[in-house]
Design a protein around this ligand. Structure first.
Ligand code: SF4
Length: 342
């Protein structure tokens, strides 16, 4: 059954299994699995290998877990936050993550955004100067080849020369060979542009992946990663500490650790929130500000990003006064008062 452009977010969660996400594991990721230590192989496999658990739809899971529908300007452009917009450039990916929160969209495998739709996006940016950033996502914006990537990035740059472009992609892990000289030069020419790679496990950082990142850095591309907390993949502090420290060593700022969104058919990957917060509290203690990402979740029904890091911190605040002074538990476990009276 075909899903048209506009209705994939409106599917009932129970219809989800009719639109199953494709199964595709890229050559580069297969190599990572082959080369991984025995203890890490399953963490890589689980992310990309089909499981019948995907057919089970849990309570509260939906086809539009972020509630983006109400912020759609066009089927491909979402404007939820004042200063930034999201572009869904394509429904295709280089491999398919079984926990994907946009699986309704990626299940369609729709090819790259066409010129007519792209023009609508660029007009919107040109006419809305409060938009300072665009997240170019999908699917994977690197899945459509050089010509499509160039078409989209140069059109966006033409629409606004100050627009900050965030290229949200899993390609450095799934297909590092895509970072050819011509792609690197394009990314450099389209700055200000940040590469936002999605990386979940230290075993994803193979030789080819590291080379892709260092080539981006040689071309002055800033990089901030995002990670999803996944049961059976990275659901322990040791793995995450290894990952975030390794990224920092590579000059990649760990940006976000996300609690898994409530996408239909993904409950076998979701950590209970209490356990997730316990893991986070260890990371808070053991990682420096440089290597520690923000821990966040997207609130359902369009509530936007919510900081779970802040939620964890709130346990440490014992008293807060109207003048801003507060009493809190310090890093040594003792109680301290900070006064705002000078
Ligand atoms: S690469 Fe991104 S969009 Fe594609 S399947 Fe993975 S999480 Fe979903």
């Amino acid at each position: 059954m075909l899903i048209d452009n506009n209705n994939w977010r409106k599917l009932r969660a129970c219809d989800h299994s009719k639109y199953a996400q494709p199964i595709l594991i890229s050559h580069a990721f297969q190599k990572l699995i082959r080369d991984a230590d025995e203890k890490d192989k399953n963490a890589l496999r689980k992310q990309v290998e089909f499981s019948s658990s995907e057919k089970k739809v849990g309570n509260f899971e939906t086809s539009d877990p972020l509630g983006e529908q109400k912020y759609c300007i066009t089927p491909y452009l979402v404007h939820q936050y004042d200063n930034r917009v999201l572009l869904l450039s394509t429904g295709k990916c280089l491999a398919y993550c079984r926990y994907c929160f946009r699986r309704g969209f990626t299940a369609r495998q729709e090819s790259y955004i066409n010129d007519i739709q792209l023009e609508k996006v660029c007009d919107y940016i040109a006419n809305n100067p409060q938009v300072e950033e665009i997240l170019v996502s999908g699917g994977d914006p690197m899945s459509g080849g050089f010509k499509n990537l160039k078409r989209v990035l140069t059109a966006l740059r033409k629409a606004s020369d100050k627009l900050i472009i965030r290229l949200c992609t899993r390609s450095p892990i799934f297909a590092p060979e895509l970072f050819t000289n011509e792609v690197l030069e394009l990314l450099e020419d389209c700055r200000p542009l940040w590469l936002i790679p999605h990386i979940n496990h230290p075993a994803e950082l193979g030789e080819a992946q590291r080379l892709a990142f260092s080539n981006c850095q040689r071309h002055c591309i800033s990089i901030q990663s995002q990670t999803v907390l996944l049961k059976g993949v990275n659901d322990n502090p040791e793995t995450l500490i290894r990952l975030f420290n390794e990224l920092t060593v590579l000059g990649i700022k760990p940006g976000y650790l996300f609690q898994l969104d409530l996408a239909a058919g993904t409950s076998h990957f979701r950590m209970p929130l209490n356990r997730a917060m316990e893991i986070w509290k260890v990371l808070e203690r053991k990682l420096s500000g440089l290597s520690r990402p923000q821990f966040a979740v997207d609130l359902p029904n369009g509530g936007g990003k919510f900081s779970l890091s802040a939620l964890s911190l709130s346990d440490k605040i014992l008293e807060k006064k109207d003048d801003g002074s507060f009493t809190a538990i310090g890093s040594d476990g003792n109680v301290y008062e900070y006064s705002s009276a000078f």
